[in-house]
Design a protein around this ligand. Structure first.
Ligand code: BES
Ligand code: MN
Ligand code: MN
Length: 456
């Protein structure tokens, strides 16, 4: 532990400067014109891996954005850890809400502010630096592989096929991922559940053109009014989702397990005040942590129609659209949910309209066991570096590719995340505390050490 701390301490500033170089590349996977930036971000990671001591590192083409693959193979008889992360980031908009430019990282109040500071450049870079540390201090005791993709934020459309095509190359005993959060800097936790996702886009078409809202208003069905009603009907007064069959496969969590989960500290008042809301809203009969951790949800992520520019324009729109996400729990199947949604939504089409719904992307949820080597290793590593044993927590977020890893590669994942909910990922002023960044670099080598011990 002392050796680890010393290495981090004497290389602190360089680690940060190198991370900043990666963050400065605006690798926004959603933007089709980001070709050079995506390539540069991938090349930058490849270079970092080689400098950190990888035997091999390459940028591999896929049908979408490239994947960075790298490895150091010490000895076939030793366990192999496959590190997964993503170098792509979410768009930075709305830009005017940032206090400093999103791709010009800076440290304020002990936090790195930038798009990707946490999700996932800051977190994946901890692994590159921990790998460097183990190589430079001669403490790497197993084989390490890296698979860093560029499409996580758009639903990893090519990675499943990449895994199918590279099964042998990706062979490992565990997939190690830092792309989740912990409860607080002094309350470490390990994510043991991720929600699945069905992401839909809907379109309601009324008259064949935008109409004068005076000449036609009151006489022609307005797609925007009607879409609002349709969306409102998707949940009832208890905030249950009304789509027939939606809950059929939901895995109910036992009372004992719920009681165990309720032991994780959660302060509703600070939750509300951090969000400036005076009340929380969710499914009747469940706590806030349960509503995100073990129950599905349905939310509009975007909605548009008619005139949304400055000032007023009297118009009865021809079309209205919405993007709707459904977060799913383990055992719910996202393809089945897509179908149920489409069938229900299209059937609801009000008189005088046409309704279309389609799926944009999705994936299954995931639960990690707590009684397997990687969990025990992660728990010991955190206990040693944070001085407290971590609490298992089910997160509301999604990393759909994790369940594909298990399906295609037959490898389980361990979610050793160091972010905080307050890091504002996907939002303006995304940030990552230096404490978490350095603590992560210290914890990861301990994970390797204990994992190798557990696998003996
Ligand atoms: N790193 C997040 C997921 C996450 C964050 C899980 C915090 C748990 C805690 C990931 O990059 C992400 O944003 N995933 C997307 C899904 C994807 C298909 C767009 C999400 O959850 O919205
Ligand atoms: Mn992420
Ligand atoms: Mn993300």
């Amino acid at each position: 532990m002392k050796e680890i701390k010393n290495y981090v301490e004497s290389n602190k500033d360089r680690f940060l400067e190198e991370l900043f170089e990666l963050i400065r590349i605006p690798s926004i996977s959603a933007k089709a014109d980001a070709i050079d930036d995506m390539r540069n971000a991938a090349e930058s990671i490849k270079k970092s891996l080689l400098e950190a001591g990888a035997d091999l590192a390459e940028v591999k083409d896929t049908s979408g954005w490239p994947v960075v693959y790298g490895h150091k193979l010490v000895d076939e008889s030793l366990p192999t850890v496959l590190v997964y992360g993503h170098y792509d980031v979410q768009p930075a908009e709305p830009l005017d809400l940032w206090d400093s430019p999103p791709f010009e990282p800076e440290v304020r109040d002990g936090k790195i502010y930038a798009r990707g500071a946490d999700d996932d450049k800051g977190q994946l870079f901890m692994h590159v630096k921990a790998f460097e540390l183990m190589n430079k201090t001669g403490t790497l005791a197993c084989n390490v592989k890296f698979m860093i993709e560029g499409e996580e934020e758009i639903g990893s459309p090519s990675l499943k096929q990449f895994c199918k095509d590279n099964k042998e190359l990706l062979k490992a005993d565990i997939i190690l991922i830092s792309d989740t959060t912990m409860i607080a800097q002094d309350i470490p936790s390990i994510t043991v559940g991720l929600r699945g996702l069905s992401f839909m886009e809907v379109e309601v078409t009324g008259p064949n053109r935008d109409l004068h809202s005076g000449l036609y208003g009151g006489a022609v069905g307005n797609p925007a009014n009607l879409l609002a009603k349709m969306i409102a009907s998707l949940t009832d007064e208890n905030n249950h989702i009304t789509i027939p069959g939606f809950y059929d496969d939901v895995m109910e969590v036992s009372a004992e397990e719920r009681a165990e989960m309720a032991k994780a500290p959660f302060d509703l008042n600070s939750y509300k005040s951090a969000l400036d809301i005076n009340e929380v809203v969710g499914e009747e009969g469940f706590s806030t942590s349960e509503r995100t951790g073990i129950r599905p949800s349905l939310d509009v992520n975007g909605i548009w129609s008619g005139y949304i520019g400055e000032g007023a324009k009297t118009v009865l729109p021809s079309k209205a659209y919405a993007k709707i996400s459904m977060r799913l729990v383990p055992n719910q199947n996202s393809e089945k949910i897509d179908e149920l949604f489409i069938k229900h939504f299209e059937k609801m089409a009000p008189e005088g309209t046409k309704v279309r719904a389609k799926s944009l992307h999705g994936g299954q949820g995931y639960v990690t066991p707590t009684d397997f080597p990687a969990y025990r290793a992660a728990s010991k590593a955190i206990e040693e570096s944070f001085g407290k044993s971590p609490i298992p927590v089910r997160s509301g977020g999604s990393i759909p590719i994790v369940s594909d890893f298990e399906e295609v590669l037959g490898i389980k994942s361990i979610l050793l995340g160091f972010g905080l909910d307050s890091d504002a990922i996907h939002s303006p002023n995304e940030n990552y505390p230096l404490f978490n960044f350095y603590k992560g670099i210290e914890t990861i080598p301990l994970f390797y050490k204990y994992f190798v011990e557990e696998m003996k």
